[in-house]
Design a protein around this ligand. Structure first.
Ligand code: F42
Length: 320
């Protein structure tokens, strides 16, 4: 099992650099920086990480094909690859509706748009020209920059199996991977590929601390947001009430975060998060591995004290 870390650049950039360097020091192999317009700009954060780290692989986790023209994304990831001396990964997915509504962007035909974007990025970063004649005037360090797709829906997962080098799946429970991996496999086989070529990453909600109760409490607000964004097929899979999305969506929309946290019960925690002491985490991560997960991404909140939590995860990494 490889280990990655998700960082939302909502904190000062110096802190982002500090925690990613710490993650590298304790054995994490991947750092994924989320891409939302309202947080610090993903590629400037990544450029700094490229200069300040040595071995950890870095990339957006995830960008999307709507907010930037794919040729701009190709140049951004090729530049990052040069700065990092060949450690860039591109994480790209459909983006989220809330963002596009705020930016007045029409969220149309996400699967077609992502396939087209990945094809453009691959063509340009390979030093080739598009039909329009567009071409980069430089080549990245890596012969082929790995492309990971953020995906949750069945069609998106199949598409990832067809075209991507990895999949970043926003989920923490084995049931989600029991459902997702066959979709990825179907896409891979349809494209004459094998699952060995695909890094299946669990992009989890993780919270770890020596005090399990503190760990659980730190995750509740994240679980509330996940619940508010969970489509009916996910709620059904976890045996959660059909009105869960509406209930948490309403609480969050009116800013009642206390009410949302109070409404998070054990069933929701079990469905949407992996929390506890380092010893509590080991069997849960192993269970994901049994479902075909090959990279465990420690995602928000990471823990009540982020740096301490990163070190605690570091203590268990070598046992995998
Ligand atoms: C579009 C959507 O795909 P989805 O994978 O379920 O999208 C949910 C999330 O993955 C998506 O919102 C991500 O961008 C969220 N996301 C992030 N979103 C962000 O904006 N920023 C992030 O940093 C971010 C990180 C992230 C990490 C992992 C991850 O899994 C998701 C992440 C969907 O509805 N898919 C369905 C339907 C597909 C579809 O849209 N079909 C269309 C047309 C087909 C076509 O597009 O050509 C149709 O039926 O009309 C499906 O896969 O079956």
């Amino acid at each position: 099992m490889k280990f990655g870390i998700e960082i939302v650049p909502s904190m000062p950039i110096d802190e982002v650099v500090e925690v990613v360097k710490l993650a590298e020091d304790v054995g994490f192999e991947y750092a994924w920086i989320t891409d939302h317009y309202n947080n610090r700009y993903v590629y400037q954060v990544l450029a700094l990480l490229a200069k300040e780290t040595e071995t950890i692989r870095i990339g957006p986790g995830i960008t999307n094909p709507y907010v930037r023209n794919p040729a701009i994304t190709a140049s951004a990831i090729a530049t990052l690859d040069e700065i990092s001396n060949g450690r860039a990964n591109l994480g790209i997915g459909p983006g989220d509706k809330a963002t596009f509504d705020k930016l007045g962007i029409a969220w149309e035909k996400p699967i077609s748009r992502i396939k087209e974007a990945i094809s453009i990025v691959r063509t340009l970063t390979a030093g080739e020209a598009l039909d329009t004649g567009a071409k980069l005037d430089y080549k990245p360090v890596q012969e082929k920059i790995p492309v990971y797709m953020g995906a949750q829906g069945p069609m998106m997962l199949k598409t990832a199996g067809e075209v991507a080098d990895g999949v970043l799946i926003n989920a923490s429970n084995p049931k989600d991977f029991e459902a997702a991996v066959p979709n990825i496999k179907e896409g891979a086989e349809a494209a004459g590929r094998s699952m060995d070529e695909i890094d299946v990453a669990a992009y989890t909600c993780t919270s770890v601390d020596e005090d399990p109760e503190k760990a659980a409490n730190a995750a509740k607000i994240v679980v509330a947001f996940i619940a508010a964004g969970s489509p009916p097929f996910v709620l059904e899979r976890h045996g959660l009430p059909a009105d869960t999305q509406q209930k948490f969506g309403d609480l969050i929309a009116k800013g009642d975060f206390g009410g949302a946290i109070a409404a998070v019960d054990d069933a929701l925690m079990e469905a949407f998060a992996i929390v506890g002491t380092p010893d509590d985490l080991v069997p849960k991560i192993e269970a994901l591995g049994e479902m075909g997960v090959t990279q465990y991404v420690v995602g928000s909140p990471i823990g009540p004290d982020m740096k301490k939590s990163i070190k605690l995860v570091g203590d268990i990494i070598e046992s995998f």
